[in-house]
Ligand binder design. Structure first.
Ligand SMILES: Cc1ncc(C[n+]2csc(CCOP(=O)(O)OP(=O)(O)O)c2C)c(N)n1
Ligand SMILES: [Mg+2]
Length: 313
């Protein structure tokens, strides 16, 4: 889980640097600060389990076993990208590792994920479906419809809500009534779990409970994870100058850095040495350098490919 979080952090930071070159031309939502949920949840998933996500999906894709080369090539719009260069950051897909797709229309993949769980039920497959979404997505009608259906039929879905307190620049408390998001689970006949989404061990424990329940046919769960986005909503920069969140709040969450917390814990327990940490970092740096070269050297899709796979051509 530490390697996974470190890899996501380093990849996102590298994208943040490269983005300024203006060669990646897709809108890009970085998940720096939110690395623990994908690491802790994916630790329970088989390769053939299915994951769906939204606009902030790099961590979810990588932790599910996604290919870094395919992801970066996709951000660069190249034909070797995991969506053949047509999707960009917000439309990652990789069927080989069970990453069924991300889409930026809020909550749109929640109902599709429930449909995938329904299909698995009909086919007698014991796959678990995980759908990641933000606090903002829970304000969409399809979220509630999907939960109703999944709860009624006890489908094998884990609804993971990464509650980072904001939808773009709007704070949660001006958008929703004063009740926890996970309390909506009871209304739809499912279990609602919640905890510190910046602590990978907490995520791992909650995710394990929800995945085990889904796998055993005991129905869906909501897992609400408290976390925080460090960069601007969309793009590589910080945004504290906009003042929609206070410097004090930001500083408090920086003090709860999921990667540092986990590194310190592992070092404290004698499970990670400085040398092993450095080796891991160097391996990830090499993987990133290779992936960036691969992406930049890959061709753009041919013009004839423009209408391929586009409904109704
Ligand atoms: C249906 C729909 N409405 C509005 C938008 C514009 N939009 C894109 S991201 C976003 C905020 C999402 O907030 P949240 O779900 O909490 O995810 P976060 O960005 O915080 O990770 C909004 C409103 C959209 N993509 N889709
Ligand atoms: Mg949010």
């Amino acid at each position: 889980m530490y390697r996974q979080m470190l890899r996501i952090r380093l990849v996102e930071e590298r994208i943040g640097v490269l983005y300024a070159e203006q060669e990646m031309r897709c809108p890009t939502h970085l998940c720096i600060g939110q690395e623990a949920p994908p690491a802790g949840i994916s630790a329970h998933l088989r390769r053939d389990d299915l994951v769906f996500s939204g606009h902030r999906s790099h961590g979810h894709y990588l932790a599910k076993g996604g290919d870094l080369k395919g992801m970066l090539a996709e951000l660069y719009g190249r034909e070797t990208g995991c969506a053949a260069g047509k999707g960009g950051s917000q439309h990652l897909i990789d069927l080989d590792c069970g990453f069924m797709g991300s889409a930026p229309i809020l909550a749109s993949t929640i109902s599709v994920g429930v449909g995938a769980a329904w299909a698995a039920r009909m086919d007698g497959r014991d796959q678990v479906v995980v759908v990641y979404f933000g606090d903002g997505a829970t304000e969409e009608g399809t979220f509630h419809e999907a939960l109703n259906f999944a709860g009624t039929f006890k489908l094998a879905v884990v609804f993971v809500c990464e509650n980072n307190l904001y939808s773009v620049h709007s704070a949660l408390d001006i958008r929703q009534p004063n009740r926890p998001i996970h309390s909506l689970a009871a209304a739809h006949g499912m279990i609602g779990l919640h905890g510190d989404g910046n602590d990978a061990d907490v995520v791992w424990r909650l995710g394990g409970e929800a995945v085990a329940r889904a796998r055993a046919g005991e129905g869906p769960s909501i897992v609400e994870l408290a976390t925080y986005r460090w960069r601007e909503h969309c793009g590589p920069n910080g945004d504290l100058e906009l003042k929609y969140r206070s410097d004090a709040e930001f500083a408090e969450w920086q003090g709860r850095d999921p990667v540092r917390i986990y590194r310190d814990r592992l070092v404290g327990e004698g499970l990670l040495t400085a040398a092993a940490d450095a080796t891991m970092t160097a391996e990830i740096e090499t993987e990133m350098a290779d992936a960036v070269s691969f992406a930049k050297e890959s061709p753009f899709p041919a013009p004839e490919a423009l209408a391929r796979f586009v409904y109704p051509s």
